[in-house]
Design a protein around this ligand. Structure first.
Ligand SMILES: Cc1cc2nc3c(=O)[nH]c(=O)nc-3n(C[C@H](O)[C@H](O)[C@H](O)COP(=O)(O)O)c2cc1C
Ligand SMILES: C=C(O[C@@H]1CC(C(=O)O)=C[C@@H](OP(=O)(O)O)[C@H]1O)C(=O)O
Length: 391
């Protein structure tokens, strides 16, 4: 079993993540994690906090001499902003912001100050997830599996050019600050963010995560919690502010005819390998990977903290009050996309380990080679009748 747990508050000294279950022998350096940490910070629409933090993961356990040992991996990320909070007398926060955990956490935990809830609910925690996800990506890369993402929409600006060249779309998207593959649409998205910011408002949007060269056979149909589709929906849906997740073209498919949706099975030009004409299923059928790219989209609500303010109630006086603004992102869809990648990488790394077993990369490699693929001659079928009996 692969698992991770994070700890840390947004303005506390540091974030910690422990990733347990990684096999031994995986090359791992802090720089491997730094790239994704930096990607998660870079985006149009980011607030002032992102100019303060320079995220870097310190590896304090589980890797020695640049290789994982099989022991729990501990990663620590400093919160530089802690320095400006540690000596401060902070006035109590008593007006809950709609869209945040503020009110619910206070009701549930009996907090005397709304800050206590927001400190842990803040998406600062996602830096720790991205660090763990980067390690999972290293494992997947050792088996040539690639996980990436790009932005499909911000507010009402939607990417029109969508095709199956996900890796290429990803590369183009990385060249701009909204992580959109099409330069013209990216420009419109940036303008949309600037407009919302100038009006004291915020935006959400949709990001696409994908995984390429995932072998068929990860996940299972035999039990609800082993279905890879369900596990991916849960993982990507756990990203703060993500309120909808779909696999493949799920919502569009729901309004179409079956014969227009399901990915027909063909024998490819080699005559030996089974393939699909399309990938509307997003690479999973019956909770098991098909070998086609895995596609998961996350829909993020607009950022809850708005400069304009929203109506609420001051819990100290019981009177109506406007929310108080300190600072915030205006749009975080490009940043959330990187968190989505991390969550997807975690689920796939876990599923790969379940499939292959083994305590070291060396043990996993030959088993990976031997994975059942869609090769016709490896499918064991015969025409003898089968007795459907239980006694
Ligand atoms: C990368 C990232 C950055 C975020 N930045 C902000 C922010 O600056 N301000 C804000 O109000 N919400 C931000 N959010 C969203 C809140 O964390 C989230 O809406 C809040 O915790 C409530 O959780 P829920 O929306 O899942 O109910 C961000 C989310 C992500 C994933
Ligand atoms: C710190 C991060 O994101 C934060 C997520 C966040 C929220 O409410 O979720 C609010 C902002 O923090 P602050 O209140 O300190 O300005 C964001 O900057 C981060 O992503 O590393």
């Amino acid at each position: 079993m692969l698992r991770f747990i994070t700890a840390g508050e947004s303005h506390g000294p540091e974030l910690t993540v422990i990733l347990e279950g990684m096999p031994a022998g995986l090359p791992l350096q802090s720089e491997d994690i730094g790239t994704d940490l930096a990607r998660r910070q870079k985006s149009a629409g980011s607030g002032a906090r992102m100019t303060i933090e320079k995220d870097r993961a310190r590896i304090t356990a589980g890797a020695m001499g640049g290789l994982t040992t099989g022991a729990p991996i501990c990663l620590v990320i400093e919160n530089r902003d802690f320095q400006s909070w540690r000596e401060k007398q902070i006035p109590p926060m008593t007006v809950p912001r709609p869209g945040h955990v503020d009110l619910n956490a206070a009701i549930k935990y009996g907090y005397p100050d709304l800050r206590i809830g927001l400190e842990r609910a803040s998406a600062r925690e996602t830096a720790a997830r991205v660090a763990a996800g980067a390690v999972c990506k290293k494992l997947l890369e050792a088996f040539d599996i690639f996980v990436g993402s790009y932005v499909i929409s911000i507010g009402k600006i939607v990417l029109q050019v969508q095709n199956s060249e996900h890796e290429q779309l990803f590369r183009s998207a990385e060249s701009n600050v909204v992580r959109c593959p099409d330069a013209e649409t990216a420009e419109l998205m940036i303008q949309e963010i600037e407009k919302a910011a100038s009006e004291g408002d915020t935006l959400g949007g949709i990001f696409q995560c994908f995984a390429l060269r995932v072998p068929p056979g990860l996940g299972s149909h035999v039990h609800w919690e082993r279905r890879l589709s369900a596990r991916l929906l849960f993982a990507v849906g756990s990203v703060p502010a993500v309120k909808g997740v779909e696999i493949g073209n799920a919502f569009e498919n729901a309004g179409s005819l079956g014969t227009d949706v399901h990915d027909e099975i063909i024998v490819d030009s080699s005559g030996k390998q089974l393939a699909r004409k399309t990938n509307r299923s997003g690479g999973i059928e019956g909770g098991i990977t098909t070998g086609e790219p895995i596609l998961v989209r996350g829909a993020m609500k607009p950022i809850s903290t708005t400069l304009k303010g929203l109506n609420s109630v001051d819990l100290a006086s019981g009177k109506p009050a406007r929310t108080v603004y300190e600072r915030s992102d205006v749009c975080a869809v490009p940043r959330a996309a990187v968190v989505g990648e991390a969550m997807m990488a975690f689920v796939l790394a876990e599923a790969l380990l379940e499939k292959l077993g083994g305590d070291s990369i060396e043990e996993m490699k030959p088993r990976f080679k031997d994975l059942r693929s869609g090769q016709l001659d490896r499918l064991v079928m015969n025409n003898t009748h089968w007795n459907f009996g239980y006694e």
